[in-house]
Ligand binder design. Structure first.
Ligand SMILES: *[C@@H]1O[C@H](CO)[C@@H](O)[C@H](O)[C@H]1NC(C)=O
Ligand SMILES: *[C@@H]1O[C@H](CO)[C@@H](O)[C@H](O)[C@H]1NC(C)=O
Ligand SMILES: *[C@@H]1O[C@H](CO)[C@@H](O)[C@H](O)[C@H]1NC(C)=O
Ligand SMILES: *[C@@H]1O[C@H](CO)[C@@H](O)[C@H](O)[C@H]1NC(C)=O
Ligand SMILES: *[C@@H]1O[C@H](CO)[C@@H](O)[C@H](O)[C@H]1NC(C)=O
Length: 280
């Protein structure tokens, strides 16, 4: 009698303890459902749920060629993506992907360090807790003194390739684990209003219209980045770009061209709903 009572009490105690364990467990596990999704964090950060898009680039990303600050491709991208996205441009004029890229002093002379790596914008991208990063760099790398000169190593192109891989890997390893897109820059043509003039700043048509468009798909495979966004083709290549409505100087996009760039980037980001979504 005593003995069976003791056993019953023991069983009851064990059941209580197990029940307690289960409850504790359930509490601790409550923030993670079967897909490993941190449900608690998702609700806690309700105010923080905009998808942060950080756009890396040069003067094209800074808005050179646009008629107003709200017509740059970054501003148009922000409007195209809508309220769930916080899009910020981190473009810096004259900058290169090359770590030792030179600035154009004038059309006959390059000097000084114009690497994107050495800008405060680069540091701000790193600190931006991005969900998405777009990289559009190469237009200044295509200057004769950069692509075909000492900054780009030997054979020409190896330093661009290596720097690109490094930058993508640095971005991919940020704590926010952003999806990184490699954007093929706009075509390079002669200035439509002065078709007999060469491209501005001694930039190379071969580099921007032939070499870099083939290079980025290789970089995508090598880095496992989220995708290539082919703005070059979206703009119609050199044929589509070579008109005064698209570009004034043959390099920087005017508003209608910026709209095409924004649309191409928005489509790539929106198509990617397998990645981060506004609830993530
Ligand atoms: C986990 O939670 C997320 C966010 O609430 C939801 O989208 C997903 O469907 C859930 N998965 C499971 C297996 O419950
Ligand atoms: C851009 O800004 C100008 C004022 O500078 C304004 O008149 C115009 O409506 C704005 N356009 C868009 C599309 O927001
Ligand atoms: C968007 O991001 C920028 C840069 O981080 C920040 O200053 C701004 O407050 C954000 N805007 C919104 C609406 O969250
Ligand atoms: C430029 O940046 C690189 C890497 O971010 C750094 O190693 C180098 O010291 C910087 N150079 C100058 C001149 O600031
Ligand atoms: C212009 O580019 C060519 C190669 O495309 C190069 O040989 C030449 O030195 C460059 N000129 C200047 C001033 O940078």
């Amino acid at each position: 009698m005593m003995r069976s009572a003791f056993i019953q009490i023991s069983i009851a105690a064990a059941a209580l303890w197990l029940g307690f364990l289960c409850l504790t467990n359930r509490d601790e596990g409550a923030s993670w459902n079967q897909s490993g999704y941190n449900v608690a964090r998702a609700t806690e950060t309700a105010d923080d749920r905009m998808i942060v898009v950080s756009c890396v680039g040069d003067s094209i990303t800074a808005g050179g060629g646009a008629s107003a600050p709200n017509m740059t491709y970054v501003s148009q991208l922000s409007r195209a993506l809508g309220a769930g996205f916080n899009v910020t441009g981190y473009g810096v004029s004259s900058t290169t992907m090359l770590k030792h890229g030179l600035c154009s002093k004038d059309t006959t002379h390059c000097e000084g360090l114009c690497a994107y790596w050495n800008t405060t914008a680069y540091q701000r991208v790193i600190a931006s807790q991005p969900d998405v990063i777009t990289i559009m760099l190469g237009t200044n790398d295509a200057k004769g003194c950069n692509w075909w000169g000492p900054p780009n190593g030997s054979p020409s192109g190896v330093a661009y390739h290596a720097a690109y891989v490094d930058m993508v890997k640095i971005f991919q390893s940020l704590p926010s684990k952003p999806r990184v897109y490699l954007v093929i820059p706009p075509p390079l043509v002669n200035p439509p209003t002065h078709p007999d003039d060469p491209p501005v700043w001694n930039m190379s048509k071969q580099v921007l219209n032939e070499i870099i468009p083939k290079e980025l798909p290789k970089l995508l495979v090598e880095t496992g980045a989220a995708g290539v966004i082919d703005v070059w083709t979206a703009l119609g290549g050199t044929d589509g770009y070579e008109q005064p409505s698209m570009t004034a100087d043959g390099c920087h996009p005017k508003d209608p061209a910026a709209a095409i760039i924004a649309q191409a980037i928005a489509e790539a980001i929106q198509k990617d709903q397998g990645g981060k979504t506004a609830a993530d």
